[in-house]
Ligand binder design. Sequence first.
Ligand code: ATP
Length: 253
Amino acid sequence: MSLLEVRRLTAGYASVPVVRDVSLSVERGELVALLGANGAGKTTTLLAISGLVSVYSGEIRLDAGSIAGLAPAQRARAGIQHVPEDRSLFPSLTVDETIRLACGARRPPKWVLEYFPALGELGGRRVAALSGGEQQMLALARALCRDPSLLIVDEMSLGLAPLVVNAFFPVLRRIAAERGCGVLIVEQHVHVALRWVDRVHVMAGGTMAASGTTDEMRPRIDELAGAYLGERTVPSSVPTSADNEKGENDEGV
Ligand SMILES: Nc1ncnc2c1ncn2[C@@H]1O[C@H](COP(=O)(O)OP(=O)(O)OP(=O)(O)O)[C@@H](O)[C@H]1O
């Protein structure tokens, strides 16, 4: 039984479907990437899972239960946390205030900041004064405060330097493994994603073009990039899975 099961989803805006017949799944402890060119429908698919766009047909199940009838806030309470593309932080709040707001009356769980120790030094700093990487750390930490069973991260690397991106992936892997949650990310750096994720779904033109384990997809990446990913690939000189075993860039954030 998958943590998240999306079956034949058709969803869109103002009665116009922009994703059609999309199926994907995420298991507990698994890191899954959703890839695709601009406009392929990745964000819309994530928004449909979180209940933020209209679903016209298909099924979305979390822990085997249908969440179709649930409002976004109910889905959040059911275990889904969504870090949107723009990160949706409040620029005038400090790091501490952002975390406290996410935790409500409770204290932030200690383990949250253990994944992002750099945030510990930034408690009093306003969001507006944080770098892009620090803002992404905060957005992820805020989502983790709810101890999600499914963490959704849209365009995690947007605006971040490749070195910073490389540092985020091992942290996401640890979160998935240690918290037992599923992590579904939209990622533009395809070769970097293939270094770290367990499974890949490739969207094109609002439909699911290819799905498979990373080992299955890696040999097909040039074919997939040519057919579906447009400019959203980086040269294959970016380290591949073999480099993981050497522990390069694993220092975390
Ligand atoms: N609010 C909206 N109203 C109407 N159409 C929209 C809306 N948002 C997105 N679309 C359209 O839906 C299609 C899929 O967009 P979506 O943002 O899901 O793609 P994407 O794969 O996430 O692209 P990108 O990588 O550029 O963010 C596009 O044709 C887009 O123009």
